[in-house]
Structures are given as C-alpha cells and as structure tokens.
Write a protein that binds this ligand. Structure first.
Ligand code: GLC
Length: 433
C-alpha cells in the first residue's frame, strides 16, 4: 500500500497549469468552449516559445510559500505534451522552445527538496482516435469534420497507456500521479483503468494516485465506500470546494483528500481574470482543509512566456510569511480528535497539541467549548511564543461556566486585536492523559 505519510505531512502543494492554451490566455477549456478548429490551434504549436519558462524559479516560489510538493500538467485535454514522448510529434521538444519541460520541472523541484507530481489528462482533444462528434466537451463535437469519424479507441488507449508508462519510467521517482478526468461513459474500465493502475504502481511502487480514473472534481468516487474499485486511487480530489466535513468511509475511516483551488478563477492562464484571492483567504482555506484532514493544492497558471503572474507571486510570498511562523500548525496536522469549538476558529492538531486558528476577531476573551482548563498544560501564541492566559475568574468565567476562556489581552475586559487578522494561531499543549 502506498505511503500516505509524506502527503498528509505536506498538506500544501502547488498546481501548475501550463500548455498551448496559455497562449490563448482564456483558460485551459477555451478550445472546448469556443470549439476552436485544429488549424487555429496549429498556430499555437508552431509559435510556442515560453522564453521565461523557469521551473527553478517556480520551485523557489513554492518552497518560500511553504509548499512541499507540486503537480505539473504534462498533457492537458488539448493533447499537447510537455514531455518528450515517442508516441507523438505533438510535444514541446518539436516547438520553437525545443525542450522537455517535464524533465526540467522534476529536476528543479527535486533540487529544492520538493516532491513531484504529474497531471495527465485522460481526455485528448487532439488524438484522431479520441471520439469527438458525440462527445459533450470535444472542440469538434457535432462538427461536419467528425460526423463520420471512425475512431479506434483502443488505439487511443494504447497511446495513452504508453505515455503514462513513459512518464512513470523516464523521469525518476514520481511521488504523485494526477489523472483527469472521468465523466459519463468515460470512467474506470473505459480507460482500462485496472491495467493502468497496476502498471503505474508496478513502475512507481510508492506513488500516490488520485481518484479521477473513476471520478472528477465533482464526483468523489468509490474511496468513500466500503468497496473501492481497484482504480479508486489513494486520495480524493474535490475541486474549487472544501468539503464541509472530514471525508470518511461509512465505517468512519478517514480518507485522504486534496482540494485543488485556483488563485483567481482559472487553472490555465487567463489574462482578464483579475479576481485573485488575497493571501489571508488562501491561508484560511489551507487551515480549513487541514482541520478536516485534507491537503490544499493551490494553482498557478504561467502565461504564454512561462512567467507566473505577478499577483500570484505576491500572494504566495505573503502566504510564505505566515507559514514561516505558523507552519507547525499545518505540517503533519489533521482533524482534532478533541471536538474543540471556538468562535470563528478552525482547529488542527497533532500528538497532544491543538492549534486554534482564530480567524475572526473575538470581543473580549475567546470562548472554547469541548475542553476544560484542567485539560490544558499551557497556551501560547504560535508565531511569537507569547503566553496566552487561561481565565479562571471574571465576568466570562462566572457567567458562562460551561466554556473555557482564553484572554487575548494582558488587560482585563479589553480586546486585543488579533496579531494576524486572517489566522492567529494559538497553540494548546494538552496535559498527558
Ligand atoms: C477540471 C478541469 C481541468 C483542470 C482540473 C483541475 O478537471 O476540467 O481543466 O485541469 O479540473 O482540477
């Protein structure tokens, strides 16, 4: 069984969406949405020259942000390969850039000590044996050009399996394989998923595989059941949503999961999508994921020249400043077994420590339920180490005896503003039971 520990220790990763769609600058789905004909796309292939593609800088940005792993799109739905595949000419080494971009990515991220994941789309809008006419998403769906198509889908599956074999053979130790995505009539056996899963695991025995050989961003798959399929994968991938509660099987066993999230609203570079989340929002989302036993995969979409948008870099730098002093409450943490609830808080925990992520400014002392003062050895502000007083007397304690109160101010009945308005972490070290 694959080793999940590095993954659940890591908690925070970088998603990188890069491809020919970055030239269109309208997201990775523009070809489907606009039903772009192949000849239009050919221009992108013939001019693809990301002069600033620099995975070493991406790795530095990820590391500084506190990310522990990354996932790069080696082939997205458009079918263009960022790796040197013998199965196709439709690859970055045959474009003006002339390089194997996946090779450079795995080398650079490993050099920074980060784990490497590969995203590979099961869907392929370029391959002639991938059916288009009746497909709900293909750019040539319903087109005259594909009305009488005679696709040999097994030939496409041989191509797809061959490329997955290349990625699992030619690029060293791959930590995570991120398939995308299954949809009606295209799931499990349709991909020859059992054979594919066995092949990936035989080539990369420690690899973690996501759930999308049968699932998608919206459909969570059979890992949440008592009888997962052989291709259910090792973790679930909710997309653009953080589950409202920890993900468990009917037998109440925790299931690994990772929420993938965009910084603005687009995975692939979108020039006019300026709706970037601020660092505080991302920090809160990260803490929310960890409080429910999940990971947070935050996306960057480099532009056609290979540069990560400045707004994204700035936000990741801000996240890194918070992570520098608070990462103890993220790495190796998960759902708190002690159901401590507090006003405007999330709780993460590991061993005999509970981390209170205070995300809303309390008025007066912070009320906790589910824990008693006698349970707590001591409380500290995580980022500064400053003592946090556990109140034993005063209005709050006298009037609300069923709660435990933490004072956020050294002066009674005053309210100290949270040192970090997005997420101030208080470390509660519990007494050994
Ligand atoms: C969805 C989108 C795909 C994106 C993926 C990321 O499957 O179709 O474009 O790469 O989500 O999770």
């Amino acid at each position: 069984m694959a080793d999940h520990k590095w993954f659940t220790d890591a908690r925070f990763g970088m998603f990188i969406h890069f491809g020919l769609y970055s030239i269109a600058a309208r997201g990775e789905w523009f070809a489907s949405i606009e039903q772009v004909p192949p000849e239009k796309y050919r221009d992108y292939f013939e001019t693809f020259f990301p002069v600033y593609y620099d995975p070493a800088s991406y790795a530095r940005i990820a590391k500084q942000a506190g990310m522990k792993y990354a996932v790069l799109t080696a082939k997205h739905h458009e079918g263009f390969c960022l790796f040197d595949s013998v199965y196709t000419d439709y690859k970055s080494v045959n474009t003006p850039i002339g390089r194997d971009l996946v090779r450079e990515y795995v080398d650079a991220f490993r050099k920074e000590g980060l784990r490497v994941g590969i995203y590979y789309s099961l869907v392929d809008w370029h391959h002639p044996d991938y059916p288009a006419f009746h497909d709900p998403f293909h750019p040539l769906r319903g087109s005259k050009a594909r009305e009488n198509e005679t696709c040999d889908f097994n030939r496409y599956l041989d191509y797809m399996h061959g490329q997955v074999r290349e990625l699992c053979t030619n690029y060293g130790k791959i930590d995570l394989f991120w398939f995308d995505f299954s949809y009606e009539g295209h799931s499990g056996a349709h991909w020859r998923a059992k054979e594919l899963t066995e092949m990936v695991r035989s080539l990369q025995p420690d690899i973690l595989i996501n759930s999308r050989l049968e699932a998608s961003g919206g459909n969570l798959g059979s890992l949440l059941t008592n009888s997962p399929t052989p291709w259910a994968g090792d973790f679930i991938t909710p997309e653009q949503i953080i589950p409202p509660a920890p993900l468990k099987t009917p037998g109440n066993l925790s299931v690994c999961w990772e929420a993938c999230q965009t910084l603005n609203n687009s995975f692939g570079y979108t020039a006019d999508d300026h709706d970037y989340k601020d660092a505080g929002t991302c920090i809160q989302q990260l803490a929310d994921c960890v409080s429910k036993g999940g990971n947070y995969l935050l996306n960057v979409g480099p532009d056609a020249n290979g540069s990560i948008p400045p707004r994204a870099v700035e936000t990741l730098q801000e996240i890194g400043k918070w992570m520098k002093y608070n990462n103890e409450s993220i790495y190796g943490c998960g759902e708190s077994p002690l159901k401590v609830s507090a006003f405007g808080c999330r709780t993460t925990s590991k061993e005999n420590i509970i981390y209170l992520h205070v995300m809303q400014q309390p008025v007066g002392p912070l009320p906790l339920s589910g824990i008693r003062p006698e349970d707590i050895h001591y409380a500290r502000m995580l980022s500064t180490g400053a003592e946090v007083e556990i109140l034993t007397s005063g209005w709050a304690v006298d009037n609300y005896p069923d709660y435990t109160f933490l004072s956020l101010s050294s002066r009674a009945n005053e309210t100290q503003l949270l040192p970090d308005s997005a997420d101030t972490v208080i470390k509660l070290v519990l007494k050994e039971r």
